[in-house]
Write a protein that binds this ligand. Sequence first.
Ligand code: NDP
Length: 317
Amino acid sequence: MRKVVILGTGPAGLTAAIYLARANMEPLIIEGNQPGGQLTMTTEVENFPGFVEGVMGPELMDNMRKQAERFGAKFKRGWVNSVDLSSEKPPYKLQVEGLGEIETEALIISTGASAKLLNIPGEKENIGRGVSTCATCDGFFFRGKKVIIIGGGDSAMEEANFLTKFASEVRIVNRRNELRASKIMQDRAKENEKITWSLNKTPIEVLADESKVTGLKVKDNETGEEEIIETDGIFIAIGHSPNTAFLNKQVNTDQTGYITVNPGSTQTNIPGVFACGDVQDSKYRQAITAAGTGCMAALDAERYLEGNAVHDWSKTL
Ligand code: NDP
């Protein structure tokens, strides 16, 4: 039996690990198939406080991990296939591929969210070479350049407006004539002179030379005509999916699948089960906000464990 298991190694999970390890709670952290989370897919992070000259995403995550290990946090690689929270009281059982069954008194879910991709040729292989799923992270690198935003929701509108601070031209490509975004967000984008529009066009291929993206091939949904839009960067803003499939609906979520927590805390509807980071945040989705909620989850879990220390933790994994 473990005192506390943390699922996920993005900024939320690693911050929770640092706090819990430092509080002698001996956390076990299970890292899935993308250790370090979404930040390992970006290059330079310039808006994480404390790094005057910025820091590379993978380096930031590596440092957080080492910091947690310094205080005794244990990391194990494994894929959580399922959890059993049906008793609504600990011990909770996790079935982890490669590690077998793990029992724990408290559970912190920080499995993050994944940006949805289009799954078109040229897309995945050019992430970091002009294809991005995060305007806030990568917009700065497109100063004076032409960029495309794909999507017609609030994220696409917001990111398009944000990108006009850097790019010389921002083109929104949407698969329908109508936009899904709220009227106010649409109006803001429409009023922005740097934004141009390609509506009713389905993206079919990302084009690139040996080093970077050069264009996007789209198909007009009415005429079937194909066209190449030249660009230096392609931002995909077609939504995110929280990584919660393994929970099998045992934890309450909102309509879009994000875990709901009690306001001002990280407590889910199940006692001793906490959620932090992007898996419970569809709004801010920043490394620093994820780290902040990771800290909250650690403090919530610590208080919970102090009040519920009824199990024998001596048989550790
Ligand atoms: P949404 O699901 O609202 O919009 C996704 C957009 O991407 C839609 O235009 C959709 O087209 C398009 N899309 C989806 N899949 C594909 C695909 N395979 N190929 C091409 N286009 C595709 O996601 P958002 O991330 O924009 O927003 C998520 C939530 O967050 C919303 O509730 C939003 O209101 C909120 N939000 C709020 C903000 C704010 O208030 N400041 C800022 C950002 C987000 P289609 O319409 O045809 O399905």
